[in-house]
Design a protein around this ligand. Sequence first.
Ligand SMILES: *Cc1c(COP(=O)(O)O)cnc(C)c1O
Length: 394
Amino acid sequence: MIPAVLPTYNRAPLTFVKGEGAWLIEADGRRFLDLGAGIAVNALGHAHPRLVETLKRQGETLWHVSNLYRIPEQEALAARLVEATFADTVFFTNSGTEACELAVKMARKFWFDRDRPHKTDIITVSGSFHGRSAAGIAAAGSEKMTKGFAPLLPGFTSVPWGDHDALTAAITDTTGAILIEPVQGEGGIRPVPDQCLKGLRKLCDENDLLLIFDEVQCGMGRTGRLFAHEWAGVTPDIMMVAKGIGGGFPLGAVLATERAASGMTAGTHGSTYGGNPLACAIGNTVMEVISDKAFLDRVNRIAGRFRQKLEGLVALHPQVFEEVRGQGLMLGLKCRAPNTDVVQAGYGFEVLTVPAADNVVRLLPPLTLTDAEIDTAIDRLTHAATKVALETKS
Ligand SMILES: *Cc1c(COP(=O)(O)O)cnc(C)c1O
C-alpha cells in the first residue's frame, strides 16, 4: 500500500524533534551534529534566538496579505538586497525552483520586448540543479530528473561543465542567456574558477546574452561572501536565491538589474504567498545577521579551520576520501568509497552529512558553527571514516 506521504524520498530512519544551533535532537534523545543544515537552509542554525524573536513578533502582528497591497517587510528586504548586491530590483518567491521559473520568464521577455523574440534559448551546464519544476528539470536536463516527464519545456541546451569551448560553440542566434551555479551544489560541490566566471561575463557581453547565476545553494554567506560570485568580481544580470535566505522559512528571490528586469511589468508575473509579511520579516533578520562584515569574516575564519582539519582527515583515510573541495562552508569530500556509505556511517556516530553527485559527501553546516563543533565534527567524521575503511577492507 502506498504510504500516506508520497514516497518520492528514500528517508533515513531518523526523526528529529528539536533543534538547537548546529544540533538536532532525535526522538530517542541522541544529539546529532548537523553538517547538512537542511541542505544549506538553516544558515543560522536551528532556533536562532533572533529568528525566533522575529517569528514571534511578526506572528503576533501579521502573517499574510496579498501582493495586491504594499508590504513594508517586503520593501525593506528588497531594499536590503539591492543595497548589498548588483541588483536594482527583487521579486520574492517561496522556493528556488520558483525563482528558476521567473529567471527563465524574465530572460525570454527581455528579448521579446527587444524585437528579438527568437532568442528564447538558455545554455546550462551538466550536473547542474535548478529545482524540480518544469523549467527546473528542463534546465538541468539530467535523465535522472527528466525521465518519464516528457514533453520537457523546450529551449535548453546543456554543455559539459567546465568546457568553455563547448559552451562557446553552443551559442546560436536563438541563445538568449546562460544559466549557471557559481558553485555547483547537487552536482558535487564544484566551484567555477574565478577566471571562468569572468570569461562567462565577457562571453555574454560579446554575444548579447543575459547571464543568470543560480545562487540558491551557494549564496547567502555560504562561501564566505554574501554571494559566491563576489569572489570573482563579476556580476550577473539575473540571480536566483532561496535556501539560506529564509533560514528555514520558505523564501526565495530573483534579483535583477533594471535592464534585465525591464520586461516584467504589472501583470506579467505573480505569486500568492511570495514575499508575504511573515517570510520577509524573517528574511530581513537573516540578511541583517549574514550581510554583516564581521559575521562573514568569522565564516571565513571558521571555514579555513574546518577545511584544514578536513584535509587532515582525507590524508588519514586515503582509501575512503580523495580530496576536499568547495569554498567557505560549502565543502565536499570527494570519496573513493561510496559516498552513501560515509553518510550512513555518520548516522551511527551522530553526525549528519548530505550526499551529492560525483561521489561527494557534502558539508553545509550552519554558518554559526563554532570551533568546538568543528573539533566534534572531525572527531565523528573520523570514526565514520574508520568504520567505512574497515568495511571496505573486509
Ligand atoms: C535547492 C536548489 C534549487 C531548488 O530550490 P527549491 O527550493 O528546492 O525549489 C535550485 N537551485 C539550486 C542550486 C539548488 O541548490
